[in-house]
Each structure stands twice: as structure tokens, then as C-alpha cells.
Write a protein that binds this ligand. Structure first.
Ligand SMILES: Cc1cc2nc3c(=O)[nH]c(=O)nc-3n(C[C@H](O)[C@H](O)[C@H](O)COP(=O)(O)OP(=O)(O)OC[C@H]3O[C@@H](n4cnc5c(N)ncnc54)[C@H](O)[C@@H]3O)c2cc1C
Length: 451
């Protein structure tokens, strides 16, 4: 580490934080990156880990490896539990040596803690319907999905078998659509020949969406095409429906008429609603600000906190406001966080050089969502694509943006094999010991155990 006067602490090595760190590689500063995970996670492909398409190492890269050539950065593995804006100090708990309460001082701070899914006040559902936000969560979901097919194989009772073969995905945004599409393909194509007793093609995959169409953020024509593509691979979109209870044995779904159906389903995946990292509240409380309904802290046009020009907050956990204090509605997407991370680094560099700084402007390059093999939709600056062309675009963009050259090659090879063999290479049940796992989950509640 160089001995330099200015210290920049970056909290979070996700899309925003990592780009901020990289943007400071030639700046005369000492950077400390704090993350509670030792890896950068490429969230857009996490659903493929949850469905056995990719392995964990293909979608996550150790932060130390990514930053090994950047000499002015030190990576600290730990959880930021407090930020003292007046003293300009960050408190880090959960250190790998068992230590806690370590205090790090900063001259400039960049906070990019991201977000997680919101259970709309029903956190008890998390146990039965895990969210696809972390790598541990993806492994937990993979274990449940694969375990459900295994349970169906040994289940003599047809009704119970039906429950094991019913999958509910909550939320039809890009993640929910991708997840449901992958489960549909697993059941109706990939696994069909691998099981003897269970007819995996009889599986039901229900995609529950409260609004009036799938992919609500996309143009209507693409939503319609996505819904048809989903139906072709065995997914049933339940539009205008709401999940009102999740028990582990059933999912209660309310129709637009108000009628509630208790659907016997042993596997549910949550991909609805978003709430900002708790770091947003920490910052808001420290600066005397209020978070919005999604728990996001407001920041000014230059991404700094009111009254604290040395504190940048960005990515999923913030709501950017204009000079007139109007919130800009930027989507919770990786490109937004990446551009903001780059912007924060550029502003810090400019300040150090005594140059004038400006406001953040988002350059929207478009929206993509994949549905399954050779099927995707894309909205690129008003150009609407669907089917194979959109899928190829999706493929190229994801390979191009995937962190690490090694991972790009690995993923490309694996996708090529999967495309031609129609297989999924990472279909292992490893009991990853993920948190929030139902202690009476699929494998442990299976009939083999009861019998
Ligand atoms: C399943 C899924 C699929 C997605 N697919 C797409 C897609 O296809 N395209 C797209 O553009 N966007 C996609 N997104 C959204 C995109 O991933 C986010 O917009 C983006 O990750 C936001 O970047 P960020 O830097 O704000 O947060 P993140 O990338 O989430 O990074 C936050 C980091 O902060 C760390 N952290 C949090 N709290 C603390 C703490 N207290 N102490 C220490 N470290 C902490 C976390 O470990 C993490 O590394 C997807 C999101 C999910 C969940």
C-alpha cells in the first residue's frame, strides 16, 4: 500500500462499488474496499446457478483477484455496521479473525450496499420462498428445486407428487421470468429422460405477477411475446394475481376476483419487490434525511449526501434527486450502478485535481430479459427485438459484461455445451448449508425418509 494522504473507503464490491474502486486506480489516494463477501457477484446470471446451468465460480470472482494489480487498494472482508458522518468513520464488524468494532477513518466515502427483495411485511415467507439475491440463496434454491424432482421420483401418492412437481415463482420482472423459464425448461426438456417414475413434463410452473402483464417495465408488445414464449415452455403466467400466504406445503394465491386458491406447492422462489440495503437507513439517519418507500436514501445530482459532499451513495440503495429536489426514477439495474460508480470516482479525481465537477447523467443502453433456450426480449433505444435475435444479443452482452476474462471463456464453453446437449452441468445437491433453509425442506421431508 502506498503512503498517501487521502483515504477513500468504498463499501460494497458490487457493480457500483467495484467500478468506483477501478475508477480510482490512477488517483493519488489510498482505497479501502469493505465487503461482507470475498467476491464480486454477477447477479444477472445467479438464476443460472439456482437452476444448475452454471457453477458458483462462473458467476462470482474473488475481489482480491479482480483487484490484484491495483496497488492502491486494500480489501477488507467484514460487515459495515455503522457510519459516523461527523467523525468521518466507518465501523466494521464480522471480521474474519473474529474481531468486531474496527474503526476506519475516511476523507471520502462511497457507499454502494445494493438491495434485496422485499416480502411486503411478511418476512416469515422468506423461509419457504427464498430470494434469489445472494450466491448462498441461489444454492439453497438449487437444492430445493432439484430435491423436489427427487422427492417426486420416490413419492407414491399422486397428490403429493403433484405438490412436489408444482413450482411457484413470485414476481414476473426479468429475474422471475428468467427463473420460471429455466424451471420450465428443466422440467419439460432437460430432466425428462433422467427420471423413471416421475413425469417431470407434468410439472406446473406458476409465475405470479400482481400487475397486469409479465415484464411490466418493458413495452407491452414485448410483454405479450414473453408471455407466449413462457407458455410454450410450460410456464403459466398468473397475471393480476397476488401471493397472500406461503406455508412450505401450499402457496395461497389471490385472483383478481378476490378468490384465494391454496395451491399445493412445495417449492417457491421469491423475486418480487425490492428494498434498499440497511446502509441507506444508516446514512439517512446520520444526515437527517428520510428514506423513500423502497428504503432508498436521497442523494443530490452529484450522488452526494446533503450536507456531506465527501459522502457518495449510489446504485440500488439510492434515489437520485435533481437540483429542484425531484426524484429521478432510475431503474435498479447494473448499468445504472456501474455508471454511478465511475462517476463518483471521476468526481473524486476531479476534486483532487482542483477541476470543476458536474452532475450524474444516466446513459440508457436498453433492457434485456431472457426466457429460455433461444428466447429473449430486448428493448434497445426503442428497437424492440424478440426470439433468437434478442437471445443472441442477450448472450453477447452478458459475456461481454461478465467480470473476469476467465469466467467469460468458462461460461461461453458451458453455454455452448448446454445448447447442443440440452443438459445442465451443475445439477448437484450439495447441502450447501445456506441460511434460511426450511429445516423440513424437500430432501428431509421426502417420502423415503417417512417410509
Ligand atoms: C437475481 C438478480 C438478477 C438481476 N439481473 C439483472 C440483469 O439482468 N441486468 C441488470 O442490469 N441488472 C440486473 N439485476 C440488478 C443488478 O444486479 C443491480 O442493479 C446491481 O447489482 C446494483 O449494484 P449495486 O452496486 O448497487 O449493488 P450490488 O451489486 O448488490 O452490490 C452490493 C455489495 O455490497 C455488499 N454489502 C452490502 N451491505 C454491506 C455491508 N453492510 N457491509 C459490507 N458489504 C456490504 C454486498 O455484499 C455486495 O457485494 C439483477 C439483480 C438480481 C438480484
Amino acid at each position: 500500500m502506498h503512503s498517501m494522504s487521502q483515504r477513500v473507503i468504498v463499501v460494497g464490491g458490487g457493480f457500483g462499488g467495484l467500478l468506483a474502486v477501478r475508477g480510482l486506480r490512477r488517483a493519488p489516494v489510498e482505497v479501502v474496499l469493505v465487503d461482507r463477501e470475498n467476491f464480486h457477484l454477477f447477479q444477472p446470471l445467479v438464476y443460472q446457478v439456482a437452476t444448475g446451468g452454471l457453477t458458483t465460480a462462473e458467476v462470482a470472482t474473488p475481489l482480491r483477484r479482480i483487484l490484484r494489480h491495483q496497488r492502491n487498494v486494500r480489501v477488507v472482508l467484514g460487515e459495515v455496521s455503522g457510519i459516523d458522518l461527523d467523525r468521518r468513520e466507518v465501523t466494521v464488524d464480522g471480521l474474519p479473525n473474529g474481531g468486531s468494532g474496527a474503526v476506519l477513518a475516511y476523507d471520502a466515502l462511497v457507499v454502494a450496499g445494493g438491495s434485496r427483495y422485499s416480502y411486503f411485511g411478511h418476512d416469515e415467507w422468506r423461509e419457504h420462498a427464498p430470494e434469489l439475491k445472494s450466491l448462498a440463496g441461489a444454492l439453497d434454491i438449487r437444492e430445493r428445486i432439484l430435491g423436489a424432482f427427487e422427492a417426486a421420483e420416490v413419492e407414491p401418492d399422486p397428490e403429493q407428487r403433484g405438490a412436489w412437481l408444482t413450482f411457484v415463482v413470485v414476481g414476473a420482472g426479468p429475474t422471475g421470468v428468467e427463473m420460471a423459464g429455466q424451471i420450465g425448461e428443466l422440467a419439460h426438456d432437460v430432466l425428462r429422460r433422467d427420471f423413471r417414475a416421475a413425469d417431470t413434463a407434468a410439472a406446473r410452473v406458476l409465475l405470479v405477477e400482481a400487475s397486469d402483464r409479465v415484464l411490466p417495465a418493458f413495452p407491452e408488445s414485448l410483454s405479450t411475446r414473453a408471455a407466449h414464449a413462457l407458455e410454450r415452455i410450460g410456464v403459466t403466467p398468473l397475471i393480476g394475481h397476488t401471493v397472500v400466504d406461503v406455508s412450505g406445503e401450499t402457496v395461497s394465491i389471490q385472483a383478481p376476483t378476490g378468490e384465494v386458491e391454496q395451491v399445493p406447492a412445495r417449492t417457491a422462489v421469491w423475486a418480487a419487490g425490492v428494498t434498499a440495503s440497511e446502509l441507506a437507513t444508516t446514512l439517512a439517519e446520520g444526515a437527517g434525511l428520510e428514506v423513500d418507500r423502497a428504503g432508498r436514501v436521497p442523494v443530490g445530482p452529484d450522488l452526494t449526501l446533503a450536507g456531506h459532499p465527501e459522502v457518495f451513495a449510489l446504485g440500488d440503495m439510492v434515489s437520485v434527486h435533481t437540483e429542484g429536489d425531484e426524484p429521478l426514477s432510475l431503474p435498479g439495474l447494473a448499468p445504472v450502478a456501474m455508471q454511478q460508480g465511475r462517476f463518483a470516482a471521476r468526481t473524486i479525481r476531479k476534486r483532487l485535481a482542483g477541476r470543476p465537477t458536474g452532475s450524474f447523467r444516466y446513459v440508457d443502453k436498453g433492457d434485456l430479459a431472457t426466457i429460455g433456450r433461444s428466447q429473449a426480449v430486448a428493448d434497445i433505444k426503442g428497437l424492440h427485438l424478440s426470439g433468437f435475435v434478442a437471445w443472441l444479443t442477450w448472450l453477447v452482452v452478458h459475456i461481454a459484461y461478465l467480470t473476469g476474462l476467465e469466467n467469460r471463456y468458462l461460461v461461453l464453453v458451458r453455454w455452448t455445451i448446454s445448447f447442443f446437449s440440452r443438459s445442465r452441468g451443475a445439477r448437484l445437491i450439495v447441502h450447501a448449508g445456506a441460511p434460511a433453509r426450511d429445516p423440513a425442506g424437500p430432501l428431509r421431508r421426502g417420502p423415503a425418509e417417512r417410509g
